[in-house]
Write a protein that binds this ligand. Structure first.
Ligand SMILES: NC(=O)c1ccc[n+]([C@@H]2O[C@H](COP(=O)([O-])OP(=O)(O)OC[C@H]3O[C@@H](n4cnc5c(N)ncnc54)[C@H](O)[C@@H]3O)[C@@H](O)[C@H]2O)c1
Length: 387
């Protein structure tokens, strides 16, 4: 039974991968600095919403998967997978040192015999920088691979098994070992060179971000003229195959799409105008929604506005980079009293209470719990769930 250690193993990407690898028979150690998450996982509790994860954890915990914050586990492993965060800084440039610092921290415990897999979404060229670092340290070429994660957050368990896995590596030995590892879990293996694999992941997230941006731009353009965007949207899509993937308007948020578009923009010397424009459109939607509400409800000063859904996407409990918080801030600038509610978060008010108490409503996220509501007050719903 091969031993795999996942650094960042209690996170949104590390944990589903760890569970799937354990299900496939690997001995998995989830190494993480988040002690609270480590303790929860060892008690059989998943720290965030992830379909199918809790059942799998109950089956496998303390058999062939466990979590720890103790790095002494590293030397006895066959494979080390790094999956920590890769944010951008205040200038929207990648914080490459965040990635390198994590490698530095564990490097004294890693040996040249171990396969090292990078799985975070990284700036093009990062694998090469890490290869150089490891080469200097080991004195021989490291067994280093970059195999990007492409799951939809919350659906990781299912998607890891069903999506093809892109595998890249700095030499044939690492490529073969990485392919062996992922062929145990993934439907298919696709080989690329490291910089190609790095770009593939960034371009996929950016393309998705742009899809949302064009829908959001059209929504604002049409609604600003007092017209009904979704009447036109439905007509355009009706039995018209080429518009099948045309998406609805909605807050394009979360920990990946924005920052990965900015990573790609930094890669192209900030000349990626489409990406920058998409960012301006998507980040401008919250402001537009608040002005839309003002048009419907009049001045928001001293009015109570219910904000339904605070997470970054529907039916999930993750608030990272959620644009609902931007809506809240904008409403507060208008001197409104904001009543937040979200069925997936503990520290918000009850839906019934805020709806009874408010003067107007904004739908932040279309959680399934909101889909059948009949709103009797002025509201804004860019997702078109209340029609
Ligand atoms: N969330 C997604 O759906 C998704 C999908 C594909 C790719 N990605 C990429 O995967 C990477 C990780 O994203 P995430 O959403 O899992 O982030 P996350 O914050 O949920 O998980 C990262 C984990 O790393 C841990 N960590 C941080 N520093 C550490 C250290 N020095 N040692 C050990 N553990 C450490 C954190 O405590 C956390 O548990 C990012 O590059 C992201 O862009 C995310």
């Amino acid at each position: 039974m091969k031993k795999v250690c996942i650094i960042g193993g209690c996170g949104h990407v590390g944990l589903p991968l760890g569970l799937v690898l354990a299900e496939c028979g690997f001995s998995v150690t989830l190494l993480d600095i988040n002690q609270k998450a480590v303790d929860m996982i060892n008690k059989g509790v998943i720290p965030f919403k992830e379909d199918g994860a809790e059942e799998l954890l109950h089956k496998l915990i303390n058999r062939n998967i466990f979590a720890t914050s103790c790095k002494d586990v590293i030397p006895s492993q066959d494979i080390i997978i790094f999956i920590t965060g890769t944010p951008v800084d205040e200038h929207h440039n990648p914080k490459i040192h965040d990635v390198l610092n994590v490698i530095d921290k564990y490097l004294p415990l890693i040996s040249k015999e171990q396969l090292i897999v990078l799985r975070s979404t990284i700036y093009p060229g990062t694998t090469e920088i890490i290869e150089q670092k490891l080469y200097k340290y080991f004195g021989v070429r490291p067994k280093l691979a970059f195999c990007p994660e492409r799951i939809l957050q919350g659906k990781g368990i299912e998607e890891i098994k069903n999506l093809p896995q892109i595998v890249s590596a700095v030499n044939d030995e690492a490529k073969k070992e990485a392919a062996d590892l992922f062929s145990k879990v993934a439907a298919k293996i696709i080989f690329l060179e490291p910089v190609e694999a790095e770009l593939s992941k960034l371009m996929l997230n950016t393309w998705r971000y742009l899809e949302f941006a064009i829908a959001n731009q059209f929504y604002m353009m049409v609604e600003d003229k007092g017209l009904d965007f979704y009447k036109i949207f439905d007509a355009m899509k009706d039995d018209y195959p080429r518009a099948k993937n045309f998406c609805k308007a909605g807050l394009a948020a979360g920990p990946c799409l924005f920052k990965d578009t900015m990573q790609l923009s930094a890669f192209y010397r900030n000349q990626f105008f489409l990406g920058q424009a998409a960012m301006l459109v998507n980040e401008g939607l919250p402001n537009f929604l608040v002005s839309q509400l003002e048009r419907k409800a009049g001045s928001l000063k001293n009015k109570k506005v219910a904000l339904l859904g605070m997470t970054f996407k529907a039916d999930n409990d993750d608030i990272r980079e959620s644009l609902s918080f931007k809506i809240k801030k904008e409403l507060e600038f208008k001197l409104a009293d904001v009543l937040t509610t979200d069925p997936y978060l503990k520290d918000t008010s009850r839906l019934e209470d805020v709806l009874a108490d408010c003067d107007a409503v904004i739908l932040g996220v279309p959680h399934k719990e909101y889909l059948d509501l009949k709103i009797e007050k002025p509201y804004v719903d860019c997702w078109n769930v209340w029609k």
